[in-house]
Design a protein around this ligand. Sequence first.
Ligand code: GCW
Length: 674
Amino acid sequence: QIDGSNLWFAQSQLHSHNHSLQPKSLVVTDMDGKLTLASNELLNGLNQLFQTSIKQKSRVSKGSVWLSLTNNSEVIQFIDPQELKALGEDGFIIKYIDEKKSVLITGNNQKAVLYGVFHYLRLLQTVAIDKDSLNITEIPKYKVRILNHWDNLDGSVERGYAGRSIWKWDELPTKVSPRYKKYARANASIGINGTVLNNVNANPHILTTEYLKKVMVIASELRPYGIQVYLSVNFASPAVLGGLDDANPKKEEVKDWWKNKVKEIYELIPDFGGFLVKANSEGQPGPMDYGCTHADGANMLADALKPYGGIVMWRAFVYNPKGWDRAKQAYEEFLPLDEQFRDNVMIQVKNGPVDFQPREPLSPMFGAMKETQVMPELQITQEYLGFSDHLVYLGTLYQEFLQSDTYAKGKGSTVAKVTDGSIYNHPVSGIAGVANIGEDNNWCGHHFAQANWYVFGRLAWNPDADVKTIAEEWVRQTLTQKDKVVSSIVEVMMNSREATVNYMTPLGLHHLMGWDHHYGPEPWCVVEGARPDWLPTYYHKADSIGIGFDRSSTGSNAVKQYFEPLRSEFDNIATCPEEYLLWFHHVPWNHKMENGQTLWNQLCLKYQEGVDEVKKSQEVWSKMKTYIDEQQFKEVQEKIAIQLKEAIWWKDACILYFQTFSKQPFPEGVEEPV
Ligand code: GCW
């Protein structure tokens, strides 16, 4: 029975073209037991895939799969030392060696070999391979490929929709959940190498000795799989925990407190990764409380971590209700500080300038900060995309963002390139994903939400990888190997995000969702005394003339923060891409759209398009019954029914509400509410 708990290890079936590739033997060149985990993983994987029991031998012979670190004298005979050096810490080679008639999997350390093993097993399951295609060198683009858990110490998860936290703080350090290892293995299989265990809205108590001892146990469970542990820290910790008067980063006693704390951490966890900090954001304490800057705060922590090789990921999610346009603030606050940050600080920036909406243009921070390493933060948990009730494959969202051109160094300066080290070169680079993992049996709440964890990892490894291919990989490993079925499911996945944009916030609309919980439509929402920038009316600005936020040069001028030609393209209503139209412009209801429709009609038609797409996916899924595990089939079917009901809810609620301003009827082809 497949219940989803096995993630993408569920099927263990060969791709139909690979049946002839059964290895004759497994050879592990491993003097000191470093490759035990990798070789067990490989042996078990191969045995399962080929339904056999593959022999382990000590000498490579015809038909072997050969596992070795690169520092082996035989390996060096077959691969150029330069190539081996270029692999760095995490890269690996999978190569068919003609002289030996064998497949070699090698890397510079055990983690890299493990990545190679997972990749080889993945290839066997997902694509037709042969000797010639087995000439693979994979080197990850980002150095830090990390999950951010917004998990609280009481076991709740902020914006989590898959049950409570997987970290059992009350049981630790005595009781160790078997899930920790499974979690580490799943992450390693997709190349993730770090995790921040606790919420960015950080409880200072994570840094007490009591909790650090619990963290130490988790770290030792994850370590064999190459996953480093990081913590979110509360900037006020020296005052709250240490009893100091305040947490002013300029004060020696504050600096000393952090230094001592960091020393204590590294004594317990020698490979500790570093800190993630949300400061002076949504009420969190920070250096600005003391008239200091983000740089002062980040650098103080960076200095404490530096001797141990630790890093600081300092978030730029800052906004202020006093400003005219929330989307502008991060740039205004951080750009003047470029050049001031230590080289072990990364500024962590959400993909869009507002907040993980179904669609946003890229944040102007990307490409603009040149002296400081900027790392993208993506959200895997579906805070604004229907929680774990809606089937939304986020690969297409991530790809659209990573391939967005910043023009920072001319055409082709994609977000991926300005952050992964291709264009600006900093000692460290990284990408973060806010996890959608919880204690639910299937880990992520919705079976298909697992694909979002999966695609995040694969893109963190290679941001230029094709997300359709990744979707197919996931389907083959998780659901089925039947070619026809695979392509139908992949199609549903590939269309799902655009559908969600359409039934929630088409044409550049954003933040229309329910107050606080962010579920369902509430574009009319008014809350007495609430911050205006938490209310949908702040964003859509619908009135009798039109709808949309004027961020053009005649409005908030947020467009100014982009490089040319983006700036002019966004600024001009005639050239602004329609998917961002209402993000950048307040547009009259009768404005003519590219296809000749008025804005009003087009808006309504887009809502309908979103609903229709969900109907289509429902139909496709209903035909999957005979191919998919029964329970899984049923659970997804039920969720799509919820999604359809809610897509209609979104459409009706938004159109009816905006109609009070446009005073125009439902256009032809758009279903009226029943
Ligand atoms: O999107 C908002 C969320 C908060 C979150 C915050 C952030 C962790 O609604 O729940 O807090 O962003 O990213 O800091």
